[in-house]
Design a binder for this molecule. Structure first.
Ligand code: ADP
Ligand code: MG
Length: 317
């Protein structure tokens, strides 16, 4: 596959992508994706973040060939999905939201079947290596129905890797997964990334995207409302809150501070929100002292992705 060897700048490129699900039964027509334009750089850990129903799985399933797009174009690893349906799909491994595992196969058999399905020659298969990598080597000959939920999910990841795709797509891989397993999944995903795999994941866990992804696209109601490097997205909210525990309890914000965005919290803290580009903490503290407030303790609070998300999605709601 020469086009694959050329290693394109973008792992995924999507232009004017739309999906309208036709009405069926009691379900009305649904415009699930509205003119999506997105470039996912090769080598990134890219997060598609949005609430339930935003269109994340629809997007992933179009790339995977499970859902037909209504209009627009999509390229995977430089290959148009209409012109090169097989080749383009060979460049991705997709881990779906639902766990589908035949209970009567063993993990080893399942991976061998998948490898066969992708046409991977026997001598090139890496079944044992992959099973070891996802921590299932000691379960390789167990029946899948005997595996725990977490093990089944790891098996789904293993299945997506049998053809050694340069791009791994994970649709809500940690939904319903306990904290410990989530940690170990992420460690493994990072390892894959370090070895050169482009990672795309969808999540509605804000902390997850913030912690893991270098770039985040926020999708809401079938539209991309932001797509930026994670740090830039966070920097967009150019404010911090200074929370001061006064030495003496305050009943109201002193008049001397009326020019600031200041409130008294139930905890008794004096909370002053300020634009980091306009004001420094030193200047604020000076004003607080001049207002006659003794400072017992203080912390600064930076906005997290939840704040970014809320402000962006409320703008377009
Ligand atoms: P997400 O993965 O972000 O939760 P989905 O892509 O699953 O969102 O769904 C986006 C919207 O499309 C939702 O309103 C959902 O109800 C609708 N939808 C998804 N699949 C179908 C389908 N097969 N038929 C009709 N509507 C669908
Ligand atoms: Mg989904």
């Amino acid at each position: 596959m020469t086009e694959q060897n050329a290693a394109p700048d973008n792992a995924i490129e999507v232009e004017n992508l739309q999906k309208v699900y036709a009405a069926s039964g009691k379900m009305p027509e649904k415009h699930a994706l509205k003119n999506i334009n997105l470039k996912i750089p090769r080598g990134s850990i890219f997060g598609l973040l949005g609430p339930n129903g935003a269109g994340k799985s629809t997007f992933i399933n179009i790339l995977a060939g499970l859902v037909n797009k209504t209009s627009g174009t999509a390229r995977i690893w430089g290959l148009d999905i209409d012109a090169h349906p097989r080749q383009s799909r060979a460049a991705i491994g997709v881990v779906n939201q639902e766990i589908v595992a035949d209970p009567f196969f063993t993990p080893h058999e399942m991976l061998e079947l998948m490898a066969g399905f992708y046409g991977v020659p026997k001598k090139e298969r890496q079944t044992d290596e992959i099973l070891a990598a996802v921590g299932l080597h000691d379960k390789k000959d167990a029946y899948v129905r005997q595996l725990s939920g977490g093990m089944k999910r790891r098996l789904m990841v293993a299945k997506a890797l049998v053809h050694n795709p340069p791009v791994l797509i994970l649709d809500e891989p940690t939904a319903g997964v306990d904290v410990e397993l989530r940690r170990s999944m992420w460690t493994y995903v990072r390892e894959l990334h370090d070895r050169g795999t482009t990672i795309i994941l969808t999540t509605h866990y804000l902390e997850e995207a913030e912690e893991l992804c270098d770039t985040i696209a926020i999708v809401n109601h079938g539209e991309i409302v932001a797509c930026e490097p994670t740090s830039q997205l966070l920097a967009r909210l150019d404010y911090k809150t200074l929370a001061i525990t006064p030495k003496e309890p305050l009943s109201a914000v002193p008049d001397a501070l009326s020019g600031l965005d200041a409130t008294i919290r139930e905890s008794g803290e004096l909370a002053i929100t300020f634009r980091t580009s306009e004001t420094g903490i030193g200047r604020l503290l000076e004003q607080v002292r001049q207002a006659g407030i003794g400072i017992g303790d203080l912390v600064t609070e930076a906005p997290d992705l939840e704040d970014v998300f809320l402000s962006l999605t409320s703008e377009t709601a």
